[in-house]
Ligand binder design. Sequence first.
Ligand code: ADP
Length: 629
Amino acid sequence: MSKKPMAWGEMIRLNNRAFCIFFKRYPQMVLSRLLSVIWNALTPYAGICFSALVIDELAGSRDAGRLRFLVLLTLVSAAAISLLSALLNKWKETQNAGVWWKVNQLFTEKLLDMDYVSRDEARTTEILFQIRQNQGGTGWGMNRVIRDYEELCSSVFTLVGGFSLTVSLFGSRVPESAGAYTILNNPLFAMLMIAVMLMITYIAPVLSNKAESYWALSVKFLNRANLLYGFFGSLGYHREIATDVRMYRQDKICDINNKENRENSFGSKGIMAKYGRGPMGLYHAASSAVSVIFTGIVYAFVCLKAWAGAFGLGAVARYIASITKVSGGMSGLISALGDMRNNAAFLVPVFEFFDIPNNMYQGSLTVEKRRDRKYEVEFRNVSFKYPGNENYALRNVNIKFEIGRRLAVVGMNGSGKTTFIKLLCRLYDPTEGEILLNGIDIRKYNYAEYMMIFSIVFQDFQLFALKLGENVASKTAYDRGRVMDSLKKAGFAERLSELPDGIETYLYKDYDKNGVNISGGEAQKIAIARALYKDAPFIILDEPTAALDPIAEADIYSKFNDIAGDKTAIYISHRLSSCKFCDIIVVFHEGAIIQQGTHDSLVADENGKYYELWHAQARYYTENYFSGY
Ligand code: ADP
């Protein structure tokens, strides 16, 4: 736990930076919120002034005509203010709609824009998690910035309005006939009063900020407590773990009421509760007490002056109301500054995240769109280490293949197959060596264009709870014919004919009660259809069939041979039987290519890894099964 609060200069820099991000991205939202609070800060003074005039008239000359006029003026101004307030409020509400989403959008955009290598780094996930926990759990971070600026504006304008109505209190003179009370005219007395008021107004929010600072001082604890509440507390929401939770009664370990969790969380034994009972609570109580003392002193001073004849009843009402406002404004100002200082500690990880650089070289060469789809890919002495890892995931990989070929990448789990694909589609750059497309280093190509030549179905592909057609096309406006065709080729035709709304049917029930639940195999067919719809020259299946049995996998892989047509198809599997039919089979072992050739040539090499794996796997399946392929 860091005990040192942040320096003021640093806190202003961090808050301003966050404010500018919001203002640049959502100017209307920021403007509407600030104008609204400024308006709300100033308008009460109109009411205070008009009612003071009415009171003065009632207590003074009691002219019925003038009284009528003043009451009418008060009513009209109140109506006009309410009308404008309502308009401003509507504007603010409209602009502020989905503010949570808007904040999230800032993070999502950064995530989507960042190099995949940075996205994949453990530190990125760690900061992001921390940010989300701070935001979701206790509301610290970006979400708080505009709120703090609102409070700042509101208090500054309250102070400006309040001061301008209060200045005359100190200037107004008690008549000489008031005897001892004339001491109130002494400028030293007025200065002493102002000093006492300022001091008290300052002390109250400082005490309150001191209490609130325990949040910032407990950042580390809060992260853990937020984790408990954020993830475990909402365990029931995660569909994907619903079975595990039931089978292993995981709700028990996550119960926020069990002893350990209670001590580590926001429960009655947690550290925040201890602070609440101790210093935090005391500071809050002291802050409230000081505010009451302030009000007492103001009342006494104003009443004394009025008693001595310095001003009338209307002015008493005006001074008391506006000084109370000044006190509120001062508290607001100090509390806003204190909150900004506390929040700045939570903005540090936010900017660490936003400042993650994009270091990947972005080439400019256009990827040649060849009608004959003649592409040649070559890995030349490629070695690769994952960032922060000492060990090579790939070592001296050399391979060349042409479009239209069927390439199988086989090997045991962890042998480097997926890494090979990630390098091919430039999610990472090689640590050593180079990858060439038609003889040119892939780093020199325009990145977005280069990505367009690959369709990949990854092992952990994800489908959205949207319409089937949208899932296949990855767009809301899509070519229905092509979607149907892709689904048919992927073997989904029969299931499609049963769907109530055809390709308009929603997957899952998250957004539509008529949505359909799909099996692992069906999901995988949809994922393949999505890859086909993209119609890229390279199509890669990276064990998307891991959830299927070997027979179903081999069935899909061999059918895919026809579907892929003239595209280059790369199949990855640790099940050798699935890839038997490929033109070239590349065997990976501990990050290196140790064998390549056709199935027949590889299986004939009795000393090779392929032979060993083939026979080890064959034991699991029947002779009948293999003879079928
Ligand atoms: P395969 O696809 O053959 O199962 P991978 O290519 O996924 O193997 O993994 C190759 C090696 O790289 C393994 O030792 C694995 O632990 C490591 N590895 C994979 N992904 C990462 C990652 N994101 N960060 C660090 N190491 C990784």
